[in-house]
Design a protein around this ligand. Structure first.
Ligand code: HAM
Length: 448
């Protein structure tokens, strides 16, 4: 692996950094993650999707067969290694292939069809790190497996759009759609495309020269200027689409119109994974186009067979969570913080410390988010800490308070204090915070 972070070149300072293209998710970013997960779970559940998590590692074959040997992902970007048993394993660069593997493995064709699954997962691609492009990134994803109908494609696009609306960023994007045909109509087109490019290879970028015979459709959506000029002149797929694919695409557009979803027809949209058949779509940034696509998807009716299963159609979508967050921040979309602390408990003396341990537990049981300074700091130092936590109230328990069975409630903003009997303090605190602000765990509700 040649990389600026090879073991040999790694300096002492590098060892204290995360690997290039990977990042820590710090608490403020987790607030966005939590919110996005909540929106996705809510919308997916409403539409009957169930959650799936496939392993981080799959046998390499799953991606080689599924995504395709000639793609950038399989050719250049996978984290692949041999395990102690000489089996080749790969850290998942995407989830669709693994989800289809799971569909086959667990006999999901016996479940009510189509099977609708969603995921919120980390993925790994040895990509060139830059803004919005990482080597570990998170995706939210939706898959509908087991039936082929343009109404399902429309529903996936609708749900993707609805999620973006809920997150306050849909207006920044356009939905680009295309239909890249089935193996029947695409075969002849691919041949004519190769014939068109033969003799013009020198005008193509290096990647496109390599792709020409392996994956000629990718030449259409290359971002290099010279390749784009040639792509404009290349034969158009429209004239090759078979009647079935034409009808499927027309119906999809009808359904999207019915759902009042704006879309742009983009005959050059191809996507970078080989498993697609028919519908493909991408959610493009209105100003930067494909450069900053937030998500993409399409139909993959041949994928299950490629993986050794029975013919099983499918359609799906995935979007990058880091890119979603960057756009939410750009739009000043704020998410509610659930991490703010209600109460700080300050104490002085051994007896007070003991009482504080129970007090903290009792407060938390009632839904009051409470932290305490149980170290050895002075009262002044503890109050400074309380300020840093930005709590509205601090409870103060010293030697005198323990002896008298009372506790001090300090209003941090006003600097005012009052003393209440110890056994009434929890009710007093709840009155001050407000019942609706408590962080209650209701039995029966599963928390993630
Ligand atoms: P994809 O277009 O490769 O599709 O990835 C979907 C989204 O994941 C991208 O639009 C982008 O937001 C995010 N993404 C991809 N690579 C990176 C990266 N290196 N850094 C940050 N974000 C990234 C798929 O993965 C397909 N499995 C989608 C699908 C689902 N098709 C059918 N079902």
């Amino acid at each position: 692996m040649t990389d600026e972070n090879t073991q040999a070149q790694q300096t002492e300072a590098d060892k204290r950094q995360n690997p290039l293209g990977m990042h820590d998710i710090l608490p403020d970013m987790h607030e966005y993650f939590t919110y996005i997960k909540k929106v996705v779970r809510h919308r997916a559940r409403q539409a009957g999707y169930k959650r799936i998590t496939t392993p981080i590692l799959e046998f390499t074959d799953v991606f080689q067969r599924g995504i395709g040997d000639a793609t950038d992902i399989v050719g250049k970007e996978m984290y692949t290694f041999t395990d102690r048993n000489e089996r080749s394993l790969t850290m998942k660069p995407e989830s669709t292939a693994g989800v289809v593997r799971a569909y086959i493995q667990h006999g999901m064709k016996e479940w009510p069809q189509p099977v609708q699954l969603y995921y919120i997962e980390p993925h790994f691609r040895y990509d060139k790190p830059q803004k919005g492009r990482y080597r570990q990134f998170w995706q939210i994803g939706l898959e509908i497996i087991g039936e082929s109908d343009p109404a399902l494609d429309a529903q996936v696009i609708d749900l993707a759009n609805r999620i973006n609306q809920d997150l306050g960023i849909a207006h920044l994007f356009t939905i680009q759609i295309n239909n890249i045909g089935c193996p029947k109509c695409r075969g002849k087109y691919k041949q004519d495309l190769v014939n068109f490019y033969i003799g013009k290879e020198r005008s193509l970028c290096e990647d496109c020269q390599n792709r020409l015979h392996k994956n000629p459709l990718r030449l259409l959506d290359c971002k290099q200027e010279d390749c784009q000029i040639l792509a404009q002149l290349a034969p158009k797929f429209d004239q090759y689409r078979c009647p079935e694919c034409k009808e499927f695409h027309t119906k999809l557009k009808d359904y999207l119109t019915e759902l009042k979803i704006e879309f742009v027809e983009n005959p050059k949209l191809v996507r970078g994974l080989d498993y697609y058949t028919g519908t493909v779509f991408e959610v493009w940034d209105k100003t930067q186009g494909a450069q900053n696509a937030i998500g993409g998807g399409g139909r993959y009716d041949g994928l299950a067979e490629l993986m050794g299963g029975l013919p099983t159609p499918g359609v799906g979508y995935a979007a990058g969570i880091e890119r979603i967050i960057a756009n939410m921040k750009k739009e000043n979309v704020r998410v509610p913080s659930k991490d703010d602390i209600h109460i700080f408990v300050a104490q002085l003396g051994d007896d007070a410390k003991k009482k504080c341990l129970t007090l903290l537990n009792d407060l938390r049981e009632r839904g009051v988010k409470a932290v305490g300074a149980l170290g050895k700091g002075s009262m002044k130092a503890q109050l400074r800490l309380a300020d840093k936590f930005k709590v509205p109230y601090t409870l103060i328990l010293g030697i005198t308070e323990v002896r008298e069975g009372v506790i001090i409630i300090r209003n941090m903003a006003k600097g005012q204090q009052r003393t209440v009997p110890h056994d009434t303090v929890i009710e007093e605190v709840i009155k001050l915070i407000g019942d609706d602000k408590l962080d209650k765990y209701s039995p029966g509700e599963v928390l993630y």
